[in-house]
Design a binder for this molecule. Structure first.
Ligand code: SF4
Length: 327
């Protein structure tokens, strides 16, 4: 793969705002597609090299048996999805996987555990994993459920760079998707993570049967956080047999692209991640997402428990588009 020198347009750095109204965000969604793409692309170039894509690898360090009832999730113990509950992985196995991810080009290694919240003894084990992964020269990220302020501080002391905790959808639609924890509890965890000095990775899922207004509401909630998440994963629902959302209607891929573009415009300095759902996405849709301002992907054959495009396919696509992994 060749690296291309790209002259980024000298766009004036637009102010970072935290006072987006829903009317404004709705108006962005309603823009003619070429206009929306131009605005997103202009802002993308003001803050990033548009040819670069940050690459993360995600490993499920504790799979299945989760007591939460997130309607999209095959790891919830509430649904019969065939995902077996497993114990927390050993430190050695995690480090072996992290080394392989690094050798395959990943710059960040995310560790996901299907917990409502970590128990303190489990947190100590995760802290050891964070230290080990960091020593390999990788950025570290974890997603472990809700955290107390103390737990967030412990993770920070172990060297955790990012914590993922998604808002999932709009506050109004949230109750249709999860009943076992509240939106406010999610916001509280995000506050603890931010206060501990850990970067925040926070986004949501589209294609769950929500209305456009819910996508507007989700992006308003994210863009109006006191500090924008450094990383904003936008997931397309992966329908898994056994979960309540398996029979829902498909979301138009262009609406997904619009969601990416509006995320880029409202949070111009954040890395916007094309997350779950890429396995079923055409190369053309993924290319449009990159044009709309997506500049991160998950890499590797599996995303927790659902399939992800294989690494060769991803590299071929980046190569075709003349794009390169972000260093
Ligand atoms: S999304 Fe996370 S919290 Fe929700 S059921 Fe799945 S593993 Fe549990």
């Amino acid at each position: 793969m060749t690296s291309v020198a790209v002259e980024t347009f000298a766009m004036p750095a637009a102010g970072i705002r935290h006072d987006w109204s829903r009317v404004e965000i709705r108006a962005l969604f309603e823009l003619p597609f070429p206009e929306l793409m131009f605005r997103a692309q202009s802002l993308h170039r003001a803050y990033f090299d548009p040819t670069e894509v940050q690459i993360s690898t995600l490993l499920s360090i504790k799979t299945g048996g989760c007591p939460e009832d997130c309607a999209y999730c095959p790891q919830s113990a509430h649904y019969e999805t065939g995902v077996k509950a497993e114990k927390l992985m050993s430190l050695d196995t995690v480090l072996k996987e992290a080394r392989a991810a690094r050798d395959a080009g990943a710059s960040r290694f995310c560790m996901g555990a299907a917990w409502r919240e970590p128990k303190d003894r489990d947190l100590d084990k995760v802290c050891a994993m964070v230290e080990g992964v960091r020593a390999l020269g990788l950025e570290t990220c974890a997603t472990l459920g809700m955290l107390t302020a103390k737990q967030a501080e412990k993770l920070k002391a172990a060297g955790l760079d990012y914590y993922n905790h998604n808002l999932d959808t709009s506050p109004e639609f949230y109750g249709e998707i999860i009943s076992t924890r509240t939106y406010q509890e999610r916001l509280d965890t995000l506050g603890h993570v931010r206060d501990a000095g850990i970067h925040v990775c926070c986004g949501g899922i589209v294609g769950m049967g929500e209305a456009r207004e819910d996508r507007v509401g989700m992006l308003a909630a994210l863009a109006n956080l006191p500090v924008h998440p450094e990383s904003v994963p936008i997931n397309m629902l992966v329908k898994v047999e056994g979960t309540p959302l398996v029979r829902g209607e498909e979301l138009d891929p262009l609406e997904f692209v619009r969601t990416i573009a509006v995320a880029r415009i409202t949070m111009p300095r954040s890395v916007v991640r094309l997350s779950a759902g890429r396995e079923d996405m055409s190369e053309e849709t993924q290319a449009l997402c990159f044009l709309a301002g997506a500049n991160s992907i998950f890499y590797g054959p599996k995303l927790l428990t659902t399939p992800n495009p294989d690494t060769d396919r991803d590299m071929r696509l980046l190569d075709k588009l003349g794009m390169v992994p972000m260093r």
